[in-house]
Design a protein around this ligand. Structure first.
Ligand code: NAD
Ligand code: DAU
Length: 350
């Protein structure tokens, strides 16, 4: 039996990865390490808790003593590292949190992996989950490939770029077996409603303003979260040592077009007059350093590892809206902050 560490497993993407690995690989013991920040929510894993090959550990990747002890105790065979501060707007108001978790936290994990694997690196794997934002911003033309030079603009993307560089440096310098993937914007169930899609679904439902940054002309390349999880599964098992893979759905949308689409779908689902929800659109001050366009070329992943997204966007966004409408209690809970109070009581502020 192999023991696999998944960090950030109580977050949005991490919870889908944990569920997939627990269900598909009974021969793995999956240890989910998460600090349970505002973005970590054990309700995302209600159906996984109690399974024989799953264990949750609450802890902070910035705490190097704790991380070393955990690695010594569990003797992990592989690491899938998702834990991060992930929201660009928060990185503009508080950059240091991003340096601590995304850079120092990642280096702590690399050091611990290097320490326990030093005598035998064979069959071991440190998989670092990164983002397309490290490549910077595109104009109207072009696409990010694995060879695009890094050019991050936000404290979030700068911290992710820094962590990517450390992961590659540990491969080059210490021979640590690593693999990295850079994915485009994810959408789907269990995403914290500070991000565009769940925030706007919730606001449309509650007839609250929809704050569109700038003119709404920025372009994002959207991928269904479960397709990201399937790509992570394939790369973890079949990706080459030291390799980088871009993940994306070839699915670019201007923000304003995506928002109008969500308004139209929700007018129908909520029995509103056509055009009613669009009236909620409010143009607000632009995000500082707002990247104009992201677009991912995922050809390498398709050609070398035979991965392709399973879902068309029209189907995925419809499914996603249905999920948020059907899971009012989840939304209520995360927006009221009750779950955070519960963790403080349960874990005594640790
Ligand atoms: P998220 O914010 O939903 O979840 C992050 C998780 O990490 C939370 O459970 C949180 O509690 C945990 N965490 C934060 N700081 C920690 C610490 N110091 N120690 C331990 N746990 C900690 O993020 P997400 O959207 O699921 O993103 C997961 C990963 O995927 C991140 O590395 C992110 O950069 C990357 N990514 C995200 C997207 C996207 O569209 N959301 C796209 C590409 C890549
Ligand atoms: O590209 C991958 C990245 O996608 C991930 O690395 C990040 O973790 C993830 O948060 C996401 O970053 P974005 O900044 O693209 O996502 P966000 O949902 O914050 O914003 C999407 C677009 O919508 C962006 O152009 C900003 C705009 N926006 C966002 C919010 C929250 C608005 O216009 N209004 C809003 O209220």
């Amino acid at each position: 039996m192999k023991t696999i560490l998944i960090t950030g497993g109580a977050g949005f993407i991490g919870s889908h990865v944990v569920r997939r690995f627990v269900d598909r690989y009974p021969q793995y013991k999956i240890v989910n390490l998460d600090k349970l920040t505002y973005a970590g929510n054990l309700a995302n894993l209600k159906d996984v808790v109690g399974k024989a090959n799953y264990e949750f550990v609450k802890g902070d990747i910035v705490d190097s003593d704790f991380i070393f002890k955990l690695f010594e105790e569990k003797q992990f065979d592989g690491v899938i590292h998702l834990a991060a501060e992930s929201h660009v707007d928060r990185s503009i108001s508080n950059p240091m949190e991003f340096v601590y978790t995304n850079v120092i936290g990642t280096v702590n994990l690399l050091n611990a992996a290097r320490h326990i694997w030093k005598d035998n690196m064979e069959d071991k794997r440190f998989y670092h989950i990164s983002t397309d934002e490290v490549y910077g911003s595109l104009g109207n033309e072009g696409i990010f490939t694995e060879k695009t030079a890094y050019d991050p603009h936000s404290p979030y993307s700068a911290s992710k770029a820094g962590s990517d560089h450390f992961v590659r440096a540990y491969n080059d310098t210490f021979g640590l077996p690593v693999v990295i993937s850079n994915c485009s914007n994810n959408y789907g169930a269990y995403q914290f409603p500070e991000k565009l899609i769940p925030l706007f679904i919730n606001n449309i439902k509650n007839k609250k303003p929809l704050p569109v940054y700038g003119e709404g002309i920025n372009v994002r390349d959207w991928l269904w979260v479960e397709d990201h999880a399937s790509a992570i599964d394939i790369i973890f098992h079949k990706g080459g040592n030291g390799e980088t893979y871009n993940i994306g759905g070839f699915n670019e949308w201007r923000n304003i077009d995506l928002i109008r689409l969500m308004c139209r779908i929700m007018d129908k689902k909520l029995g509103r007059q056509p055009g009613e929800s669009e009236k909620l659109i409010t143009f607000v001050k632009d995000r500082a350093g707002h990247d104009l366009r992201y677009a991912i070329d995922a050809t390498k992943l398709k050609n070398e590892l035979e991965w392709e997204p399973s879902l068309q966007f029209e189907e995925g966004i419809d499914k996603t809206i249905d999920w948020y409408l059907a899971n009012e209690e989840w939304m209520e809970n995360v927006t009221s902050g009750d779950y955070q109070k519960y963790y403080d009581e349960m874990y005594g502020g640790r």
